[in-house]
Design a protein around this ligand. Structure first.
Ligand SMILES: C[S@@+](CC[C@H](N)C(=O)[O-])C[C@H]1O[C@@H](n2cnc3c(N)ncnc32)[C@H](O)[C@@H]1O
Length: 296
């Protein structure tokens, strides 16, 4: 992660969502509202506009598709479907009474923006590295809903619990849904354990935690290519924490959490992509939803 620049991987995820929402074959997977928010974010920075030009140039766009095939086949479609899984979990949680949503390492994801417009009483908080959070603020400078709070923080220097304690609107007594999408795999295993420990204690009103995880690059359950490892190192965002889906329940139990649900690429394809006839789709990163174990 470079300190002065918005996250490359956050831009790449956003670019993948816009690409998916722009293709006739897959445009139905990205709502008009989401697409509009994504375009607002891309249009608000030089790097974003550069990424947009890439998508709109047929030659560069085709080149990007070739690169995707070489690195992580079907990853753009994966970004969109994992976001759907997370959105389903979070909206269900709100329906069950969650009054706060906190997205940790939100990047350029638009879910809390959409939720804050749909639920005016919901407190939506994003934590992200200052370079990325500041960039995102510029995108929503004129029309950020009052219940959406983008909080810049370097989580390698500040603990999540301290960061949340500094946010006046964060209410520890309110049932909270935490999201950590596409982030934990960049942390060291001991930092990941610290995240789980911190989140168990920051609310007294109950919580749900939805996050994504990836298996090791040499796992038979992942279809990335060896080129990807070199690419991630070049970006300065190498993988730190990996885990198999089959090990997640045991890992969570050791952190004091019960597993509610884990959804891998096969599940996502079945649930969201049955209209598509084949084509590459990323297998590896999976979505997990969990809650602290009940005492007694
Ligand atoms: C791969 S992006 C994922 C973005 C978003 N969650 C998504 O899936 O669309 C990783 C995110 O983690 C954030 N991040 C990385 N290191 C961080 C740190 N030390 N403190 C706060 N955020 C960090 C980056 O800024 C980036 O937004």
């Amino acid at each position: 992660m470079q300190n002065d620049k918005a996250s490359h991987t956050a831009y790449t995820v956003l670019q993948g969502v816009v690409h998916t929402g722009s293709q006739r074959r897959t445009e139905w997977l990205v709502s008009a509202d989401k697409m509009s928010a994504c375009l607002d974010i891309l249009n608000s920075s030089d790097e974003g506009r550069r990424r947009l030009r890439q998508l709109r140039n047929p030659i560069i766009s085709a080149g990007l598709m070739v690169m995707q095939r070489l690195l992580m086949p079907g990853i753009a479609l994966h970004y969109v479907t994992r976001k759907k899984v997370i959105e389903d979990v979070v909206r269900a949680n709100i329906a069950q009474g969650a009054g706060q949503v906190v997205n940790i390492g939100a990047g350029f994801d638009t879910l809390t923006y959409e939720l804050s417009r749909d639920h005016v009483d919901l407190t939506c908080i994003e934590l992200d590295h200052p370079a990325t959070a500041t960039q995102k603020r510029q995108a929503f400078v004129t029309d950020a809903p009052g219940n959406l709070h983008l909080h810049p923080v370097d989580l390698s220097k500040t603990a999540i619990s301290d960061a949340l304690a500094q946010i006046p609107v964060f209410d520890p007594a309110v049932r909270t849904c935490f999201i950590c999408e596409g982030v934990l795999m960049y942390l060291d295993p001991c930092d990941v354990e610290r995240v789980f420990a911190a989140l168990r204690h920051v609310t007294s009103g109950g919580m749900q935690f939805v996050f994504t995880a990836v298996p090791r690059m040499d796992s038979p359950n992942i279809n990335v290519t060896w080129l990807l490892k070199r690419y991630l190192h070049r970006l300065g965002e190498p993988l730190g924490w990996t885990i198999e889906k089959s090990d997640i329940e045991e890992f969570l139990a050791a952190q004091g959490y019960d597993l509610d649900m884990s959804v891998d690429g096969h599940d996502m394809r079945r649930k969201y992509l049955s209209r598509l006839s084949g084509g590459p789709f990323h297998l590896g990163e999976f979505v997990v939803s969990c809650a602290p174990m009940q005492k007694g």
